[in-house]
Design a protein around this ligand. Structure first.
Ligand SMILES: Nc1ncnc2c1ncn2[C@@H]1O[C@H](COP(=O)(O)OP(=O)(O)O)[C@@H](O)[C@H]1O
Length: 465
């Protein structure tokens, strides 16, 4: 009984909070204007959902509660939408349908009609077209003024990284001459002209060379994780070539080469063995290994320049590139297949073939996501795969179609977030969203859903930062 009274009391509190949030949302538009209200609404909705989650009692029907709160959230969002409210209740599942419905003329469609105006077009469509033209200009100006990094900064970052890379390679060779490392090299967006806003991070790829006869790959689907993005590296022929025959045998757990044990050994060396102060003073910079990090990271300060370096142990097996980067909080022996090289070269090839603006579109999106309160978990890799999927159905990637394509990417992203599944372009069984939390997916969904009808919001939130 006391329990029931407690629950009732709690529900009343919840209602009070929910009512206050709804009142706030309904009135924000009057006080703050549309843009301000939208920003406030997204933030408020996330808080509301967190409150919902935190206060919902465990014995409630979880599925029902989840469905209701998603429905309410989309309804709340319709309070701030610039486009007319859809006639029926919106749910997450209806979203892409309504975004793509012919009755709700999209800015993207309007942008495409711009080049071919017909006398039948209503003034309403023309004014939308005009809006989109302005948006195209805004995108290009954002690209020039916020996204693009001065060449001198890129060159400085690369030079600094190269110098540190040489020092680290020679340390590793001296410290562990028995381990067959390949030549360490610089990689990532800084080297592929795909970095945005600031030249602030780079990867050191450290190749691990294995004896092909002693190691074999086990697909992730055949392991307990059942995920095709991950692989295990199994030691074979232990009967004929006992433990110790391979220099990598000391990193075996069970019969498998442990990515985690290799990372731990390297972490120890980075933190305790490398003489960073000496290397730093020689290169006129301050180098600090990051202690509490799941990845192997170095923070470098060189006058005004800040550079984050990630050391990525990597091995190639046939056409596969595997990183010693196990899935978060799961089996430690796993190796992650990286599609970085394939995705970047595919994108560049497509642009080269039709003088397309895919890379420009990608960089604008990366710029937007980089400092966005809810979108920072969307990586360059996620965005690249969305662009590659979209390139299958959209053929016009000329710069003049940038606003339309940008809009389409936002819509496609909302669609993938709805299902919580972003298929890898090179293997549709792999879900590139699989490591995102449900809350993160929801937050991104809200932010992008509102951005579809008001893409300016994305830039507004940047300016506010
Ligand atoms: N040559 C490579 N081979 C395999 N994976 C790579 C390579 N270069 C980079 N990566 C992976 O790609 C990820 C993204 O690279 P990064 O430069 O951080 O791109 P972004 O700026 O888009 O985040 C890195 O974390 C790394 O794991």
């Amino acid at each position: 009984m006391a329990d029931l009274v407690h629950k009732r009391g709690k529900r009343q509190d919840d209602n009070g909070l929910g009512g206050a949030v709804d009142f706030l949302l309904a009135n924000a538009r009057l006080v703050l204007g549309l843009g301000g209200a939208a920003v406030l609404a997204i933030a408020t909705l996330v808080v509301k959902r967190l409150i919902d989650r935190a206060t919902s009692s465990p014995d409630e029907d979880d599925t029902k509660a989840e469905q209701k709160s998603i429905e309410e959230s989309w309804q709340d969002l319709s309070l701030i939408k610039a486009v007319p409210k859809p006639p029926k209740k919106q749910s997450r599942a209806d979203l892409s349908e309504s975004l793509l419905s012919p009755s709700g003329t999209l800015p993207a469609q309007a942008a495409e009609t711009h080049g071919h105006p017909t006398s039948l077009e209503t003034p309403q469509v023309e004014s939308r077209t005009l809006l989109c033209l302005t948006f195209q200009e805004k995108l290009l100006s954002y690209y020039r003024n916020h996204v693009t990094i001065p060449e001198s900064d890129v060159a400085l970052g690369k030079q600094l990284a190269k110098d540190i890379c040489i020092e680290l390679q020679s340390f590793l060779q001296n410290k562990c001459p028995e381990l067959p490392f390949g030549s360490m090299f610089l990689s990532g967006s800084l080297c592929d002209d795909l970095q945005v806003v600031a030249a602030d991070h780079v990867c050191f790829m450290l190749p691990l060379v294995f004896e092909t006869t002693l190691w074999s790959l086990i697909p992730g689907e055949d392991t307990i994780v059942k995920d095709p993005q991950f692989w295990m590296i199994r030691r074979t022929d232990l009967e004929y070539f006992p433990r110790g025959s391979s220099p990598w045998d000391r990193f075996i757990v069970g019969r498998y080469l442990s990515s985690n044990v290799i990372n731990e050994a390297l972490h120890k060396m980075l933190v305790a063995s490398v003489n960073w102060p000496a290397i730093g003073s020689m290169l006129e910079c301050l180098i600090r290994p990051v202690m509490a990090s799941e990845e192997l990271k170095l923070e470098v300060t060189h006058y005004e320049t800040q550079l984050n370096i990630t050391l990525c142990p990597v091995t190639e097996a046939g056409d596969k590139v595997l990183l010693a980067k196990p899935p978060k909080g799961l089996v430690e022996n796993l190796w992650r297949q990286s599609f970085y090289r394939s995705e970047v070269s595919k994108l560049k090839d497509l642009d080269a073939a039709d003088s397309g603006a895919r890379q420009c579109c990608l960089k604008i999106l990366k710029g937007v996501c980089k400092n966005h309160p809810f979108l920072s978990k969307l990586t360059g890799s996620h965005l690249t795969h969305v662009l590659l999927h979209l390139s299958e159905t959209e053929s016009d990637w000329a710069e003049e179609a940038l606003a339309a394509r940008f809009q389409h990417v936002l819509e496609a992203l909302v669609g993938y977030l709805e299902t919580g599944f972003l298929p890898c372009y090179f293997n549709s069984q792999i879900n590139l969203f699989c490591e995102l939390l449900e809350e993160e997916i929801d937050e991104m969904g809200y932010a992008l859903y509102s951005a579809v009808s008001q893409p300016d919001l994305l830039f507004l939130q940047q300016a506010d930062k």
